[in-house]
Design a protein around this ligand. Structure first.
Ligand code: FMN
Length: 148
């Protein structure tokens, strides 16, 4: 069984609920998961001891991508996270009425590529919280679990 680390930035709880649902589903499959807020996570050597790292954040700009504030601080420098060669993926809750729907996913993926992480799946972009996206989350998590 594998170990997975999930770090999320969430202002009103939507991205947090998605992170917790992903964690629950992976645990159900027998994997060991550490799921924590970006406010509590140390970015240094983030991947050490983990087979997969999942990062998620909401964004709050109108015509720019403004990361959720805890995640912005956490993700200041992807190069310290030790993600080269590590399986990673991004997720977020957003609102399709904004120019950059779930722009945090694009931001994270761009930086994952820069530090040569391995993208385990295309990012998960959802509107609302986990309860209104159960099927999409299950499908995405299933895809990730296959690469573990
Ligand atoms: C001022 C403002 C700006 C926002 N900007 C974006 C945006 O650029 N892209 C997006 O997808 N959602 C945007 N949102 C929507 C939130 O990101 C969305 O409600 C999200 O579900 C919040 O997730 P959280 O509870 O995990 O923080 C914005 C919301 C507000 C109020």
């Amino acid at each position: 069984m594998a170990t997975v680390r999930i770090v999320y930035g969430s202002e009103t709880g939507n991205t947090q609920s998605i992170a917790e649902e992903i964690a629950r589903l992976l645990e159900e499959k027998g994997h060991t998961v550490k799921c924590e807020s970006a406010a509590d996570a140390d970015p240094k050597d983030l991947a050490e001891g983990y087979d997969m790292v999942l990062l998620g954040t909401s964004v709050w700009g109108t015509d720019t991508i403004d990361l959720q504030s805890d995640f912005e601080t956490f993700a200041e420098d992807f190069s310290v996270m030790g993600l080269a060669g590590v399986k990673c993926a991004a997720f977020a809750s957003g609102d399709t009425s904004f120019q950059y729907f779930c722009g945090g996913v694009d931001y994270i993926e761009e930086h994952l590529q820069e530090v040569q992480a391995v993208l385990a799946a295309e990012g998960l972009k959802l509107e609302g919280d986990a309860s209104s996206n159960k099927a999409e989350i299950a499908e995405w998590t299933e895809r990730l679990a296959k690469s573990l």
